[in-house]
Design a binder for this molecule. Structure first.
Ligand code: GLN
Length: 378
């Protein structure tokens, strides 16, 4: 029997969260909050259940939720999106990404992926028979070298995957990156998959450079979003994909036979919650305060922070503490110091190791205080 992914192991997020649990370590590895989501939102979902909204939602998503999303996009990114034909509600951001790849990528198609890369992209390409073309982001700022991108494009290049704010590096794309991307899309007719699950987690008054701001790119794009990441409920597995109608039409052909439709009461609840823009407008300040608290607590440690411009991740170099490989260092850190983190080499196919690990700061203040107390002892 020939299986599709013989060389793929268990995702690093499951591995590190399990290790953290078995050693009762503070878990700053997998990206999820240790505080609860909004009571108001929970009440809205509960109300929908009590009112009897407990059967299948329409296959592309609940109209009220898609309308609320289109309004948010209009007000933030000044792009008019048709909620009927250009938005599909998905069970989470990772699903939205898989479905976009499955919609377009077949045997022999090349997909440009920047490394370090969120760990689902490359297996998603492989399972569909595609060929990942890996391009390193330029260390230590993790920016894109567009000349290199241009040099890697061939007649078989079908798609390019971008991610801003970026997991795991916390870098963000700038306007000039989008201009370069636009040129490539126009010249080579590439499909863009833009992973924007951290769209509201952006700091220092920067503008989130959504693909949705750039009509000439958007006409060839799938853009993936997550409610879990922004509304602190990763366990709900709720997200959505935005794409122009001609692409979304194909996307739904795949989606309808993968999960058909998504949790109904949660769609009602989220639609209502989105009616109040403060629920997303307050997020940059909320997460920036967490980032700054973590950085100030770690100031006197031997870890060296890299710049976190967005997402809820903070990269730290540990070369003043140890010269171990990052995968070994995080295991020892979990067992001996009692704090779990993610080794950044896990996001490279060939294990590039810059001695950098990723901490998630979407945690209660007291969790960050206790973790930093342990980390300062190293
Ligand atoms: N996106 C999360 C992270 O980077 C994890 C998601 C998952 O575990 N599938 O930590």
């Amino acid at each position: 029997m020939n299986f599709k992914l013989p060389n793929v192991g268990t995702t690093i997020f499951s591995v590190m969260s399990a290790l953290a649990a078995s050693h009762k370590a503070i878990n700053l590895s997998q990206g999820f909050p240790d505080y609860d989501c909004s009571d108001e939102l929970k009440a809205m979902v509960n109300q929908a259940m009590v009112e009897g909204h407990n059967q299948y939602a329409p296959m592309p998503g609940l109209p009220a939720l898609k309308i609320a999303i289109a309004q948010k996009i209009q007000s933030l990114y000044h792009q008019t999106i048709d909620p009927d034909s250009e938005i599909t509600i998905t069970p989470g951001g990772t699903y939205a990404i898989f479905t976009a790849i499955a919609t377009c990528i077949g045997p022999g198609d090349e997909v440009i992926v920047f490394e370090p890369a969120y760990d689902s992209y490359i297996p998603n390409i492989l399972v569909n028979g595609g060929i990942p073309v890996r391009i390193p982001l330029v260390y230590p700022n993790y920016n894109i070298d567009w000349d290199v991108v241009q040099s890697k494009i061939t007649a078989r290049t079908k798609m390019i995957i971008v991610n801003t704010p970026h997991n795991p590096t916390a870098s963000v794309l700038q306007a000039n990156d989008l201009q370069e991307l636009e040129k490539l899309v126009e010249q080579f007719n590439l499909v863009v998959l833009s992973d924007e699950v951290y769209e509201h987690l952006i700091f220092d008054n920067a503008l989130h450079q959504s693909i949705l701001r750039y009509p000439a790119i958007f006409r060839n794009s799938f853009v993936a979003y997550s409610f879990g990441k922004v509304f602190h409920n990763t366990g709900w597995k709720m997200g959505y994909c935005v794409a122009p109608a001609h692409l979304m039409n194909e996307y739904r052909k795949v989606h309808q036979f993968l999960c058909f439709s998504v949790n109904t009461p949660m769609q009602y609840g989220l639609a209502k919650f989105l009616e109040q823009p403060n629920h997303y407008l307050e997020l940059p300040a909320f997460f920036q305060r967490k980032r700054d608290l973590f950085l100030s607590l770690m100031k006197d440690s031997k870890f060296t922070p890299l710049h976190s411009a967005g997402s809820y991740f903070q990269l730290m170099k540990y070369d003043r503490i140890s010269d171990e490989a990052d995968k070994d260092f995080v295991v020892r850190l979990t067992k001996e110091a009692g704090v779990a983190a993610i080794p950044v080499s896990a996001f490279y196919q060939e294990g590039t190791d810059n001695k950098v690990i990723r901490f998630c700061f979407a945690k209660k203040d007291e969790t960050l205080v206790s973790a930093a107390e342990r980390l300062r002892k190293l």
